[in-house]
Ligand binder design. Structure first.
Ligand code: ADP
Length: 407
């Protein structure tokens, strides 16, 4: 089934056209700076060089029109007509407590996504704009929402409750939700395909290390804890997000620097993490290059990042009472031997041993074991593919709808 996957940010639309039976990406692209004087448009047909251009794109509806025009272009031959696309899958960041699975989008679902605006003010509003724009562009096909939080729905109460008055959970649903669910799900499933152990007995720690980064403990196929929380701000240090903090720091800096709530939000989300620590960059490649040139703060940022990863690995090994495999994924996890090695240094009490040569030579794009044969815990690099998970879920739900006697 040909499925269009849409991931909308406040000023961007990312898309993937995926053939689900062959699990094949046909074309992907990104439209950035929507609403600015000029927008940047990139289309990347599979196996070909990306085509980059600038255009005036005022809103998400125009972005969807641009995507459809490109896919329908007779020179490109991706689709002959809109009806070749059988369903649209939407990445929605926050599903609140309501959604433990992907769902067919109807009015109740869009209302529920709207109700979760408060929980994810940066993500859910643009996600909903994307749904509305895509429904306008493709009104006659099923649209499906796939939630970043859904895979972590299995967290037990002792993992998702915070130590604050329980009425705040009951009244405002303040609890840990966890994010990057589709990625943690996908990489754990890739591991189950290559291990002999039955899934129900398998304990896995997945490390999704990109600009946003999170770690999950997956016991018997289910997420039982994860480092991000009520929002994607908590957990390990990220590109520009602080990760875990002593909450008293917030009152302290607000007072000392006379910050408003908005200032504080920007400080912790956009000016902290690797960028804040290094005072130089949020991009791990830049930090590694500068640290090699002797920059002490860049080195410290890397050290803090790796230390936090190691802390979570230790914590989740305790949580699960063991661990069979540690899986690294996303931009940093898939591409940086240095970060993988440093995060796992001095874990010999757990019996983790990296094969340095294999780790250094691991090529991006394929699953590779980087632990030595003596290691008690397998360590793998596993490329993530969140879009494929969204496309496959969407195809399943669209198929079920077309076979239902009630439609
Ligand atoms: P996101 O999808 O969250 O924006 P990605 O998964 O694309 O992020 O990861 C981006 C991060 O991956 C950046 O910090 C980038 O520097 C890092 N990265 C990519 N390639 C490498 C590499 N070869 N070595 C170190 N870091 C890398």
């Amino acid at each position: 089934m040909l499925v269009l996957v849409i991931n909308c940010g406040s000023s961007s639309v990312k898309y993937n056209l995926i053939e689900t039976e062959r699990e094949e990406n046909v074309c992907k692209g990104l439209i950035e700076r929507i609403g600015a004087v000029t927008s940047i448009v990139k289309h990347e047909p599979a196996g070909q060089k990306p085509i980059k251009d600038t255009r005036v794109i005022a809103n998400h509806s125009e972005a969807l029109q641009e995507i459809m025009t490109y896919l329908l272009d007779t020179d490109n031959k991706f689709i002959d007509s809109k009806s070749d696309i059988k369903a649209v899958g939407h990445r929605v960041v926050h599903g609140g407590e309501m959604f433990k699975d992907s769902v067919l989008i109807d009015e109740d679902v869009t209302d529920a996504i709207r109700q979760a605006f408060d929980l994810a003010p940066l993500h859910n509003p643009p996600n909903l704009k994307g749904i509305e724009a895509a429904k306008e562009a493709l009104p006659n096909v099923p649209h499906v929402a796939v939630f970043d939080t859904a895979f972590h729905h299995s967290l037990p109460a002792h993992a998702y409750l915070y130590g604050i008055p329980n009425r705040l959970y009951r009244r405002y649903k303040i609890r840990k939700y966890g994010f990057h669910g589709t990625s943690h799900y996908f990489v754990s499933r890739q591991y189950y395909k290559i291990t002999d152990k039955p899934v129900k007995d398998t304990k896995v720690i997945t490390c999704h290390l990109g600009n946003g980064a999170s770690i999950a403990a997956i016991d018997g196929g289910k997420s039982i804890d994860t480092s991000m929380g009520f929002t994607p701000l908590s957990g390990i240090v990220m590109g520009t997000r602080s990760g875990d903090l002593d909450p008293s720091i917030l009152f302290y800096i607000m007072e000392k620097e006379e910050l408003t709530l908005n200032n504080l939000h920007a400080l912790l989300n956009r000016h902290s993490g690797l960028l804040g620590l290094s005072g130089y960059a949020s991009d791990m490649r830049d930090l590694i290059a500068e640290a090699k040139n002797g920059d002490r703060r860049c080195q410290q940022a890397i050290d803090v990042f790796c230390y936090k990863i190691k802390q979570y690995i230790g914590s989740y090994t305790a949580t699960m009472n063991g661990c069979d495999a540690i899986l690294f994924t996303a931009g940093i996890g898939e591409n940086s031997p240095l970060i993988r090695k440093q995060s796992l240094q001095n874990l010999n009490y757990l019996g983790v041993e990296i094969d340095d040569t294999v780790n250094e030579e691991a090529k991006s794009g394929t699953i590779q074991k980087i632990s030595s044969d003596k290691s008690k815990i397998d360590v793998y690099v596993v490329p993530t593919n969140e879009e494929l998970v969204i496309a496959i879920d969407t195809a399943k739900i669209a198929q079920a709808k077309s076979q239902s006697p009630w439609v």
